[in-house]
Design a protein around this ligand. Structure first.
Ligand code: C5P
Length: 395
């Protein structure tokens, strides 16, 4: 979060149970070197006290538009001019609606309208409210106006329901806010990433596949976008939101993934996909009947996408992933050499699939770096930083 140092951040808090996380967010922003002024709506004060936010930010909390004392100090227009970033976390459905319609009927909405600083929202609401067309329309309108939208996450909600609408954790919001000021380390570079599993058809209704959720690949794509890269994501079948504004090519089989990747002209190729190593030699046109007690499948090797990308005459900087159940380091280092890679990132296969956290070690010819267990989004940012360092020192 280095890029937040000396930045003036207005932390807007609206009424929602996620407001308790704003205290931690404020602490992290201050720790990162930002100067933070907190603006709370009346409803926010029902969830968390201004005194808490004053203690954490080190500044008096701003609450009222028509407060003579505040206006005599730092008035709302002055506050709007002071900001380098306005970050509203949590942003309620009501606040998002008011913002989308350009309303200025309390201090926070007025500030948002009066400020020329970048504006970022961390939505938090019940999953039904989040999925309603009116909320989606309001957010689309705001995104069109260059407002950044951080999250929300999927999961358990305070109301007892499960689904999208949880505010992102403070640490993640801090990193995303820092990303708005970071000068992109991959700016101007074309990065192609493959992600998710592949499906190798046996017959019209059955396939061979694996447990890959695509989370790591999608997090790497999001981190590369944050770092300023022009990202193409070649994705196997997953159910994850697209990391905007990546160009996504959806594929199913290893062969389709191979064709899509080999067709991409890129500076950096990151192979995160769990590509099937074998596919049925023959695909039955008709559904296979269970007429025998045993059934043997004859399989053939799929093409190795990563090795083929690295074997091209004008090859991109190639990064592979190695998920192993044993002898992680040895197998990873062998793959680095055998596939002629610039870097390989090794992880325990059993610990990674469909988890939100991972721990990995990256190996390259002259060195290695171990990353402690972290959320895949944080880990992806750290890995992208390392990839860009290695890419720059290799070119
Ligand atoms: O050889 P292995 O599958 O263990 O190597 C893993 C790395 O190779 C991953 O980066 C994976 O995406 C890539 N791979 C590939 N094509 C295959 C198999 C693996 O690109 N057919």
């Amino acid at each position: 979060m280095l890029s937040l140092r000396n930045k003036h951040v207005i932390l807007g808090i609206t009424g929602g149970i996620a407001a308790y996380k704003s205290a931690e967010l404020c602490r992290l922003l201050v720790k990162a070197g930002a100067e933070v002024r907190v603006v709370m709506t009346a409803a926010a004060c029902e969830f968390i006290t201004p005194l808490t936010m004053q203690a954490l930010s080190g500044n008096k909390v701003h609450r009222d538009l028509l407060d003579e004392e505040s206006e005599a100090g730092m008035g709302h227009i002055e506050l709007a001019r002071w900001a380098d970033l306005v970050l509203v976390a949590p942003a309620s459905a009501d606040f998002i609606a008011r913002l989308a319609h350009g309303e200025a009927n309390d201090l926070l909405s007025t500030l948002c309208l009066a400020s020329q600083a970048p504006l970022a929202l961390a939505p938090a609401m019940n999953q039904v409210m989040w999925q309603k067309a009116s909320t989606r329309d309001n957010l689309a309108e705001l995104k069109n106006k260059q407002v950044s939208v951080f999250g929300p996450a999927d999961g358990e909600q305070a109301c007892g329901e499960t689904g999208p609408g949880r505010m992102l954790e403070a640490e993640e919001l801090g990193e995303l806010a820092a990303g708005l000021f970071a000068v992109g380390t991959l700016a101007g570079l074309r990065v192609c990433i493959n992600a998710g599993p592949t499906r190798e058809a046996l017959d019209p209704v059955r396939y061979l596949s694996n447990h890959s959720s695509g989370k790591m690949g999608y997090a790497i794509a999001a981190a590369a976008i944050e770092a300023g890269a022009d990202v193409t994501l070649v994705s196997g079948p997953v159910s994850l939101p697209i990391p905007e504004p990546a160009r996504v090519i959806n594929v199913e089989s290893a062969q389709q993934m191979y064709d899509a990747c080999l067709n991409e002209a890129c500076d950096i190729f990151i192979a995160v996909a769990a590509v099937a190593d074998y596919r049925p030699l023959k695909q039955s046109r008709e559904k296979i009947k269970k007429s025998t007690m045993t059934l043997s499948l004859e399989l053939e090797k799929t093409p190795d996408i990563l090795a083929a990308m690295a074997a091209q005459e004008k090859r991109p900087f190639c990064v592979g992933f190695a998920a192993e159940t044993s002898e992680l380091e040895r197998y990873a280092k062998d793959k680095l050499v055998d596939k002629n890679l610039d870097m390989i990132i090794a992880n325990q296969a059993t610990e990674t699939f469909n988890q939100d956290e991972a721990a990995v070690t990256a190996y390259w010819k002259e060195g290695e770096q171990t990353f402690a267990p972290a959320r895949k989004s944080s880990l992806a940012r750290a890995l992208i930083e390392l990839v860009s360092e290695r890419y720059n020192s290799s070119s």
